[in-house]
Design a protein. Structure first.
Length: 169
C-alpha cells in the first residue's frame, strides 16, 4: 500500500528543493541603489522653494540669529540652475559674526555677497518626497568674484545654512 502522507512530504520537499535551486540559478542579487535621470523644472523649483522655505519679506529666510543678531545669517533671492551634473543653488547671503558678551556684541564682522550651493536631489523611498543634499558651497562677493577672506567667516556659520537647506523638501 502506498503511503500518501509520505509521498506528499517527499513531493513537497522536492518542490522546495526545486524552488531553492531555481532561485540560486536565477542569478539573484541583493537590492541595490540605482541612479535614474531626473528632469527638474528650475523656475518651478524656485517658486516652490520660495513658497515653502524663503517665506519672509523679499524672499528671505533667517537661517541663524543668536544673541540678538550678534551671530546672524540671512539667505535671500534663491535661483536654480544646473552645473557639473548637480543643482546649482545661488542665493544672496548676509553674515554677521561677533563675540557676544553679556548683552553686547563685540567686534562684529559683517559681510554680504552670494553663496552657491551645489546639491544632489534625492527622493525618499517611503514618502516619495524630493529633497536635496548640499555637497559643497562657494562664496562670491557683491560683484560675483570669488570671496577669499569671507570664507573664514563662512566656515563659522555654514553648518546652519547647510542644515536648513538640507531640510527643505
Amino acid at each position: 500500500m502506498i503511503n500518501r502522507k509520505t509521498d506528499r512530504n517527499k513531493l513537497f520537499s522536492l518542490l522546495i528543493l526545486m524552488v531553492v535551486f531555481l532561485f540560486l540559478l536565477s542569478g539573484f542579487t541583493p537590492v541595490k541603489t540605482i541612479t535614474l535621470p531626473l528632469t527638474i523644472d528650475y523656475p518651478l523649483l524656485r517658486s516652490l522653494v520660495i513658497y515653502n522655505a524663503f517665506t519672509e519679506p523679499d524672499q528671505t529666510v533667517v537661517v541663524l540669529n543668536k544673541n540678538d543678531g550678534c551671530i546672524y545669517v540671512v539667505l535671500s533671492e534663491p535661483n536654480f540652475s544646473e552645473e557639473r551634473s548637480q543643482i546649482r543653488f545661488e542665493t544672496k547671503v548676509q553674515v554677521r559674526v561677533g563675540t557676544p558678551v553679556k548683552e553686547k556684541c563685540f567686534m562684529p564682522i559683517k559681510w554680504e555677497g552670494y553663496v552657491v550651493f551645489f546639491q544632489k536631489p534625492k527622493i525618499d523611498s517611503k514618502t516619495m518626497l524630493l529633497s536635496f543634499d548640499t555637497m559643497d558651497s562657494i562664496l562670491y562677493n557683491k560683484h560675483r568674484k570669488p570671496a577669499k577672506i569671507a570664507g573664514i567667516v563662512w566656515e563659522l556659520v555654514k553648518s546652519w545654512a547647510y542644515d536648513y537647506l538640507n531640510s527643505i523638501s
